[in-house]
Design a protein around this ligand. Structure first.
Ligand code: AMP
Ligand code: ZN
Length: 479
């Protein structure tokens, strides 16, 4: 049963206004969403993937609500330095050196790995995925425009954005200066070429790393773009001069998103993006999980340890995206157990009878109410559990679960089908063993010991061990 149209009343927290607002896109038939993609110098860790899981829920829920969404994501394969404050080494070069490969090989390898992880976590691939190195021409054009409009200056060989030309630079200013410094990660050094502390690089020509592998000709000399300009340009290339919603992890709010807004609005001369959706961090006991610390967990590692990646998705959905989530193995174990039980509950439902419309709508309204309230996934999961208790038939319950799972994407129907198939296989196996034991008993009764022995041998070859007792033959599976 496809979900009937509903009146849309979704409220979302907007980091720009620091309040929950009605999410009202300009054109419901043409909603634009931009997501900062991964910097592909290493595997994504499960912290990065928390952000992508929650953004995926937002993507799916916007579509579920009846909007026509186009979602764009960049792949950062150049320009993201080890410090977000324009100093340090290009992360891609660092990755290439670590693995003795070329930057483009590193980018191709980790981009593929990223989407493989996303697939395991049921994260939809955005409609457009664009590597930064595809768009150098667009970056140069945008920087030229900034220069013509008086927002850019050259100093020490680099091109900088002049933040003093803006009326307001710190747009997400519920952060204190100290909070903002969190975004400027390790190894921050003062750049003496900058006119103002907050100015940032649009184009690098002077790199203290002469071995920078990827360089392009530009009006300012051979060099490479800054990280922030790529997101402004890739978004505008595919979504035009107005953006409905922009997503990213909270560490991207400053300086990355602050700089994106500064450049984009300076280029187009009007407001660029209405909504800013920031996902808070996944922390370990010792703080934020980060690639640069070298100590991080990947989806492959969870896989190797025997966790279903979707149990990690379930773990993330149990907490609100605007709260820090602490990872411990114990928390993951609890989520993994609850997830398998949930799949088993779904598997126990039988497809009987007709879907009861009133019951369906009642349960669905609780689910939508949860997600309409700033994407409260943990309450949406509660609404899912309430389906099992609802006063309706199994067919309606199954239809509801399928409907909710088009947003939650926990693979519940598929998981339940697999579980039922495994159980059926087990039952067929049992019937086969018991049939052979009966044939063996008959052979023994007829003193046909050769057949009886052959049956015992055949079962043993299939790891089934027989034990004859006064109460009949018992069997066990050899471990
Ligand atoms: P990166 O690959 O470093 O460019 O980051 C990709 C995305 O992951 C960005 O949206 C970051 O803000 C986000 N991110 C980074 N670390 C974490 C974390 N520990 N928890 C949640 N999101 C994160
Ligand atoms: Zn970005």
């Amino acid at each position: 049963m496809s979900a009937p149209a509903r009146s849309i009343k979704m409220k979302l927290y907007n980091s720009l206004t620091r309040q929950k607002e009605d999410f009202v896109p300009k054109d419901p038939q043409n909603v634009g969403m931009y997501t900062c993609g991964p910097t592909v110098y290493h595997f994504a860790h499960i912290g990065n993937l928390r952000s992508y899981i929650m953004e995926d829920i937002l993507d799916r829920y916007i579509r579920y609500s009846g909007y026509n969404l186009k979602r764009v994501m960049n792949i950062t394969d150049v320009g993201h330095l080890t410090s977000d404050g324009d100093t340090g080494e290009d992360k891609m070069l660092k990755g290439a050196k670590r693995e003795h490969k070329s930057v483009m090989d590193i980018a191709a390898f980790y981009t593929k790995a990223f989407f493989e992880d996303c697939e395991k976590l049921n994260i939809r691939r955005p409609d457009v995925v664009e590597p930064a190195t595809n768009c150098i021409g667009q970056f140069i054009k945008a920087i030229k425009t900034l220069e013509q409009k008086g927002y850019a200056y050259q100093a020490g060989g680099n091109v900088y954005f002049d933040t003093s030309k803006l009326e307001k630079y710190y747009v997400f200013n519920d952060f204190t200066e100290e909070d903002l410094a969190v975004g400027v990660r390790e190894g921050v050094e003062e750049d003496s070429n900058k006119k103002n502390k907050a100015d940032f690089v649009l184009w690098f020509t002077k790199s203290k790393f002469d071995d920078q592998e990827l360089k392009w000709n530009s009006p300012w000399g051979v060099g490479y773009p800054g990280w922030h300009i790529e997101c402004s340009c890739i978004s505008m290339k595919h979504l035009g001069e107005h953006l409905d919603i922009h997503c990213g992890g909270i560490d991207n709010a400053f300086p990355h998103h602050t700089n994106e807004i500064a450049q984009s609005e300076a280029i187009i001369g009007h407001k660029w993006c209405d909504f800013w959706f920031h996902v808070h961090h996944l922390n370990t006991g010792s703080g934020k999980m980060s690639k640069s610390s070298g100590e991080f967990l990947t989806v492959s590692l969870l896989d190797e340890k025997g966790y279903d990646p979707l149990a990690y998705r379930f773990f993330c959905l149990q907490s609100h995206y605007r709260k820090t989530l602490v990872f411990t193995w114990e928390n993951l174990d609890n989520a993994a157990n609850a997830y398998s039980k949930l799949v088993a509950k779904v598997a126990s439902l039988k497809k009987d009878g007709e879907i009861e419309k009133t019951a369906f709508e009642l349960c669905r309204s609780a689910f939508c109410e949860a997600l309409d309230n700033d994407l409260n996934t943990s309450l949406a999961v509660t609404a899912l559990y309430d389906v099992f208790k609802a006063d309706t038939n199994d067919a309606t319950k199954l239809a509801l679960i399928e409907d909710f799972d088009s947003v939650l994407a926990l693979g519940l129907i598929e998981g339940a089908k697999k579980l039922s198939a495994m159980k059926a296989e087990e039952n067929v196996g049992k019937a086969w063993v018991e049939d052979l034991i009966a044939k063996r008993a008959m052979a023994k009764a007829e003193k046909d010991y050769a057949t009886a022995d052959a049956i015992r041998k055949e079962l043993l070859e299939n790891n089934i061990v027989l034990q004859d007792t006064p109460n009949g033959t018992k069997w066990t599976v050899k471990m």
